[in-house]
Design a protein around this ligand. Sequence first.
Ligand code: PBG
Length: 335
Amino acid sequence: MARGGDVLTSTAAATRAPWSRLRLRQSAHLRDLLSETTFSVAQLIQPVFVVEGLKGSEPIPGLGDNGRYGVDAALDVVARDVDAGVRHFLLFAIPEAKGERSLEFGFLTRAVDAIKARFGDALCLWTDICLCSCTTHGHCAVLDEGGSIDLDATLDALGRAAVAAADGGADGVSPSDMMDGRTAYLRAALDAAGHARVPVMSYSTKFASQFYGPFRAAADSSPHFGNRRHYQIDVRSRRDAIGSSLRCADEGADLLMVKPAMTSADLIAPIAESTGLPVGAYQVSGEYAGLVALGERGFADFDLALAETLHVLRRAGAAYIITYGARRARALGLA
Ligand code: PBG
């Protein structure tokens, strides 16, 4: 009598080896013993949005328990996250005043300084370096009169932003703009300003994507005209996608990153193998909002679905994962 006959079809192999697959999936202890991907909250990074002039906090539509915070409220939420075991944060500092060519980054320095002054070495503070929250038009670059990217002016602004973050005490800077040459430019700017020890985590393979929607509302960074396809990567080009990370490695990036996570999971291992650098994955706002929506509509258990995606990214080779759910590590069994 064939055991497990309701699961196994009566192929010759199943008849020869009944239970050969099922035997080791029977209990949680066996599954845990044989799981090949393990990670903990130590490899997760929690994004935080700090908004200049905001009193208290505001929810971000679709992003569950992630909000936009004034500086004081941000300190409270970071304190709770640190208690929950989170050690890495990615800061998005959103200034009140927007500009076109003369951008200044005083708020970035102040926001970083407020967090580092309070928490010191209890956490590692990475800072997103981009211009889209600072420009009147919402693009990630300084534009010339004809509306094209002014690369020199853009690099100058990005370099000043990186130094502003490091001056505030940032533990790392993360350029997300996708301009050519920005990793080398930031490295040189940091070194010249006496910040040689501050690592650069480059958003090195970043696709143009529909999955940044909730973020752009949160960071006040939607382009007012056009889109980002002339500087973010086309999902159809594997060559450009991998090449972009290789270039960042050549330019001196310390850590690489792919994004959105689910549309670039297949690129993590090839990039890590060719560069020898740690490659992380950013589970972006739209991906996270999708999980939140599944949970809210009763189509999935949110925490189990979130854990599932994080395990897959780890299996794909992600050295670290940026996710809006880092603070849920305990609920996911990762803290
Ligand atoms: C800024 C930036 C974006 C994200 C991170 N940094 C948005 C964009 O490129 O439009 C997306 C993060 C997310 O969706 O969670 N350039």
